[in-house]
Design a protein around this ligand. Sequence first.
Ligand SMILES: Cc1cc2nc3c(=O)[nH]c(=O)nc-3n(C[C@H](O)[C@H](O)[C@H](O)COP(=O)(O)OP(=O)(O)OC[C@H]3O[C@@H](n4cnc5c(N)ncnc54)[C@H](O)[C@@H]3O)c2cc1C
Length: 466
Amino acid sequence: MYKKIDNDVLKELKEILGDGNLLTPEDDLDTYAHDEVAELWHLPEAVARVHSTEQVSEILKLAQAKRFPVTPRGAGQGLSGGAVPVFGGLVLSLEKMERILEIDEENLMVSVEPGVITGNLHREVEAAGLFYPPDPASLDSCSIGGNIAENAGGPRAIKYGVTKDYVCGLQAVLPSGEVMELGGKVVKNVTGYNLIQLLTGSEGTLAVVTRILLRLLPKPEQRVDLLVPFNSFQAAGQSVSDIIKARIVPVALEFMERDSVLAVEKLTEKEVPFREAAAHLLITLDGNDKAQIDRDYERIGEICLENGAIDVLVADNPQMRERLWENRKLIIEALQNLSPQHIMDTQDIVVPRTQLPHLLPKIKEVGERYQLPIISFGHAGDGNVHVNIIKDVPEEVWKNQAPKAAEEIYRLAVSLGGMVTGEHGIGLTRKSFLSLGIDQAQIEMMRRIKEDFDPNGILNPGKIFS
Ligand SMILES: Cc1cc2nc3c(=O)[nH]c(=O)nc-3n(C[C@H](O)[C@H](O)[C@H](O)COP(=O)(O)OP(=O)(O)OC[C@H]3O[C@@H](n4cnc5c(N)ncnc54)[C@H](O)[C@@H]3O)c2cc1C
């Protein structure tokens, strides 16, 4: 169905890109053959490191004419195989489009190219007293373009929402090569269908995003973080529900089970606080009113202690806060480290928050039944739990048992009113579970949208749909 990239195409690509920006099989293309999903690997035929919208447009026109597939790529930190070029062809890397174009302090907006690393964006706007809330735990290594494509979330989603809540404008190149300018520096806009929201979370299958306009907030002045250890999952899960019921909305409300914390201890070789506790909640509050924050954290402390918390550790200085969050951010790496081959299957299920006390123990039961190490952590405040099946078992057990356990966990989430992915996307790894979460009419509508944007299927083929 697709044509190979031959020497003539390589020559045309080189003319579009200029010297040094086209990688061919003579170069090392391994980096562009995978994202952060272990065991998924497919070499592209070439890699284009673009510097401008015009180059993206020219390349997509060429791909249409010559019928080769194009896979957009940000920083390759995805956890669903979205940037893996399963049909070979060209990887279109946005990593060199990395300029912050404007911080507009009057309109409270920032305009960026897609390759900007999210953490750099945070630091730049914070230096101006402003705040871009979405904060995937990978923020120091993932790109804002990848965040748009995945509609990335992060610990702060419970109070501030996810990427889609901040996108006011996009420049996007359609698979035909046509450039669309969507939205603008307006905080309200109902002019026609909301194509910005359609592209946000479309996993690089509908268009290539080349410029992004994001809404900013004033940076909150005060912040407090709490670490609360519990002797049981249920007590931790119940505390999450009770905190929300008490009308307190923390910035972050993260859940970490003991094995995830111990994995971090093993990785860093530094003892973690309350290492024996069955589960930990890491909670952040922010705002400008110090007295209100103090009242809220005291109330949270009471709720947790009423539910049987072992203690409530208050981190009110930057060093201690940094240490607690560093441990949280290292969990994925630490869990991979538990597998001799660094392989694990990460699920990204999301359930109504009230179902957490039921979900968490049931996940453990699945692990015991299939005799697999299953370790969970995640954004408990929005019901989004990352369930990790660690490949620390014989190959036979892994091949036979892990897929069954994974399917059971997806079905469990759906049976509790949840969805199969909260923030990592369908990509390649969850294609066969798409129909678990949504009905056939929606899937057909999505397919028709894809066909309309990309009738020849050249943009990121093989993703989302089976
Ligand atoms: C340790 C770790 C922690 C993580 N924590 C979180 C978290 O807390 N929350 C969360 O949501 N995710 C998290 N992730 C997942 C990941 O970081 C996010 O999905 C992130 O948005 C990926 O960005 P990227 O630039 O690396 O994208 P890539 O992996 O390069 O690409 C992801 C998808 O976006 C598409 N894409 C990339 N750029 C563009 C573009 N300009 N135009 C169109 N399509 C494009 C690609 O084709 C692909 O389908 C984590 C990952 C790791 C490894």
